[in-house]
Write a protein that binds this ligand. Sequence first.
Ligand code: PLP
Length: 373
Amino acid sequence: MTLPDFYRDDLRRLEQASRRRTLAPRSGRDFSSNDYLGLARSEQLREAAIAALRRGVDLGSGGSRLLRGNTAEHETLEAEAARFFGSEAALFIATGFAANSLLFATLPQPDDLILYDALVHASAHEGMRLSRAPGESFAHNDANAAEDAIRRWRRAGGTGTPWIAIETLYSMDGDRAPIVDFAALAERMDAMLLVDEAHAVGVHGPEGRGLAAALRGRENVVVLATCGKALGCEGALILLPANLRDFIVNRGRSFIFSTAPSPLIAAIVRESLAIIEQADDRRARLQALVVRASRAVAPLGIAPSGSQVQPVPIGDDARAMEIAAALQARGFDVRGIRPPTVPDGTARLRVSITLNTDDQAIDELATALGELL
Ligand SMILES: Cc1ncc(COP(=O)(O)O)c(C=O)c1O
């Protein structure tokens, strides 16, 4: 049998639309990673890995959490994470993508409604595809639009629970959600709040506990804190009421039927949490770089996002990729972001500010951008 034409044809279609992706080796100065606090390559995490191996922590879990894969490292990490983040319970999952799709697929029930911000991450959409609850999007950051949608649904006979899904700091725009408005809306409408803190944890909030730190521990709040970005490792912690954790352990298919994450990674994430709790100096240094970047891009007519994620709007897919390639050729690892990752017509450069860069590199990048835009 020969390979069906579909695959080659589809790749050609992507090529023609300037949307074909390729894997490239890592090179150039880091303006694209999510290693915001520079922990991924830190001596502290290397030492934590070595120390964990020395004290006998296993590399592989050997099975699902419900079978032999449940280790002391997983349980200790979850207890420490719940304490640190102020939630009743925590559940460690191998990746943020898997955790988000698990949450959306498992928690909302057929009579419920998932209301999601128009810009939520692909992993939330993946979970909604698997969910038995219907989904409806609302305009980005518009709590009034979400309220209208809930009222419409109730008038049309909706009887279950509304689940409102937001991110606290949006991954491709770097802007923040009006969290207080959404929390008040959830209270008012008897709704659950699903809060993705992937880009906020470690960087924002008291001791890096995220932008929604004040909501933790509430019965109607479920938070996703990923460990592969500012925490410099991998995996994700779901922070939630103990009853819901129990429900996922009993009903979450990808939790039940999947090998538990590596105990070694759990041990390293424990160290990441300990580091970020004490990392005010790193956060202050990052904030200074963010201010530097904001000042450097403003004269180019680029609106500063005010966070460590700074988009440079381009619009056209091909042009975004050309400018990214030109920056890469000059030694800046800046990536172009195209649809479907972002909405049609909004291709952009996503400039990520991390502690892997410095003032001089930021100024040089701004100069290069000025020449290329
Ligand atoms: C907002 C958001 N949620 C979830 C994820 C998925 O997390 P992970 O990379 O750990 O799979 C990402 C990853 O980019 C993200 O940006």
